[in-house]
Design a protein. Structure first.
Lengths: 112, 113
């Protein structure tokens, strides 16, 4: 019973490098989300996908792109990493409006 | 814009006593509210929720109260246990075209034996 799976769990990048964070859910959920967690800031929404084929910006989308590859997978891409993107990233999913979110275990990203 | 606010970064209570965690929101379109619990190095896990048509929801030791006129909700844990020590996040979402969910900054609860 995997739920929401994120890869990798840890990553260190140099400024300017690019990378993609992968997320997959096996619960047949329609909506998927990417959050970042920073001390004192809580969980801030980067992008979300209400359903397959749609994506929308959240609170802090600058410097990120997303792809809803299919119903199961939602990836987050950093094209040119910056130290300000050092954070813990969480992927989440839910059936739809009025339902709770299920989270992955997170990716700890450091940008040097 | 911080639409969901948790103004207390930390709370410490004695085992067996009541823990009260507070949350305020600014967006009047929010109609579904949740509390999540997070342990270190893990993802947040769902604890309890409440829809805007209710003012109270109870699940075992956990009760959430919603005051729509004040745009305020609170989580009560009675009795508190050391295993409840974690960071608690308040979250809110709205129906309609916008399907996002916003979180507060979190409150770190420490329950002392």
């Amino acid at each position: 019973n995997a739920g929401v799976t994120q890869t990798p769990k840890f990553q260190v990048l140099k400024t300017g490098q690019s990378m993609t964070l992968q997320c997959a859910q096996d619960m047949n959920h329609n909506s998927m989300y990417w959050y970042r967690q920073d001390p004192g800031m809580g969980l801030r929404l980067i992008y979300y996908s209400a359903s397959e084929g749609t994506t929308d910006k959240g609170e802090v989308p600058n410097g990120y792109n997303v792809s809803r590859l299919n119903k199961r997978e939602f990836s987050l891409r950093l094209e040119s990493a910056a130290p300000s993107q050092t954070s813990v990233y969480f992927c989440a999913s839910r059936t739809g409006v009025g339902e709770k979110l299920f989270f992955g275990s997170g990716t700890q990203l450091s940008v040097l | 814009d911080q639409q969901v606010k948790q103004n207390s970064p930390s709370l410490s209570v004695q085992e067996g006593r009541i823990s009260i965690l507070n949350c305020d929101y600014t967006n009047s379109m929010f109609d579904y509210f949740l509390w999540y619990k997070k342990y270190p190095a893990e993802g947040p896990t769902f604890l309890i929720s409440i829809s805007s048509i209710k003012d109270k929801n109870e699940d075992g030791r956990f009760t959430v109260f919603l005051n729509k006129s004040a745009k305020h909700l609170s989580l009560h844990i009675v009795p508190s246990q050391p295993g409840d020590s974690a960071v608690y996040f308040c979250a809110a979402s709205a129906r309609g075209n916008n399907n996002d969910m916003r979180f507060g900054a979190g409150t770190r609860l420490t329950v002392k034996p």
